[in-house]
Ligand binder design. Structure first.
Ligand code: ZN
Length: 308
């Protein structure tokens, strides 16, 4: 709970001093609003400008895919952003390989969404099942460590699968559902460490792990630092930043096109991330990620129909 004596909220959005790094300008507008304005101006290309860049990008992706079975790889979590991107990729005529990681925390809704998308859009799907004993051991270690980002074990396994199957199928482009519209201003302190930081993961397991791991898919530090960069493999692209992305409209389109089911909140498609956002972070740290998610609805250009 915020301390009411020192508690302060932005005059423009719902972010407040529960973020330890937040600052306010002389008008009371918070640092996240300024970050959003700058990031959005720099990276989110809407309208005609976005259409031209997107067309060029799709041309490059298709050219790179010539003579290969797939043009791009896409990670599917069963959430709205990646699902909508798969739907758009299909509309754009991309031949995609979808990869899903089953780390044991999937909700039934997420699994059903993934199956519906891939079946109805005729997208090849690989489901990588992570050894459940290893996964539980890894997650126990992370719970004991109490680090902010509890999703690292699942997220790292997800990236490991993306690297594995893109390399195996010689796919250069990774379609990434990252978007400014709903993900641009998460406070650094709430985010925690990066899931690609293998050294961090191994250090946590060395300190808090309780049994040897057998099959957990660690990415190679050497390959991450040198090989993938040198070979220009796995070029991440975020096409949702090249369209007028509107999440509510995307949800409606997905519902009617592939029978998509709304799972209630951002990252609630996984039991673990739902637990992290609704219980772990608010209880241990006082971080309410739902608050950051509300932040975006304060921008009428993102969600016009959500405004009064
Ligand atoms: Zn603000």
């Amino acid at each position: 709970m915020p301390d009411t004596m020192t508690h302060r909220m932005c005059v423009r959005c719902v972010m407040d001093s529960t973020d330890p790094d937040i600052t306010f300008d002389s008008d009371g507008v918070c640092s996240h609003c300024h970050t959003y304005d700058q990031t959005s101006k720099r990276l989110w290309k809407k309208g005609e400008e976005g259409r031209i860049i997107l067309e060029k990008l799709l041309g490059q992706i298709k050219k790179e895919g010539q003579g290969k079975r797939y043009d791009a790889i896409i990670g599917l979590s069963g959430g709205t952003d990646s699902s909508y991107l798969a739907y758009l990729g299909h509309k754009w005529g991309l031949r995609m390989l979808a990869v899903h990681v089953d780390a044991g925390w999937n909700t039934e809704i997420a699994v059903q969404n993934i199956e519906n998308i891939c079946n109805k859009l005729n997208i090849d799907l690989i489901t990588e099942v992570i050894d459940w004993t290893d996964m539980q051991a890894m997650q126990r270690a992370f719970f004991r460590s109490k680090v902010v980002n509890q999703d690292i074990p699942q997220d790292h396994a997800f990236f490991a699968a993306l690297y594995k199957y893109s390399t195996k199928n010689k796919i250069k482009y990774v379609l990434n559902g990252y978007n400014i519209a709903s993900e641009s201003c998460l406070p650094l302190a709430w985010r925690g460490n990066n899931a690609m930081d293998v050294t961090h993961i191994k250090a946590i397991y060395a300190k808090y792990g309780d049994r040897p791991l057998r099959h957990y898919p660690f990415l190679s530090v050497w390959k991450l630092r040198f090989w993938y960069r040198l070979t220009n493999a796995l070029t991440m692209v975020s096409p949702l930043n090249l369209i007028d992305y509107d999440k509510l409209r995307a949800l409606d389109e997905l519902k009617s096109a592939v029978g998509f089911v709304d799972y209630g909140g951002k990252h609630h498609e996984s039991v673990l991330t739902r637990f992290q956002q609704l219980y772990f972070l608010p209880t241990i740290y006082g971080y309410e990620k739902e608050r950051h998610i509300c932040h975006r609805s304060f921008y009428p250009d993102n969600y016009p129909e959500s405004r009064p």
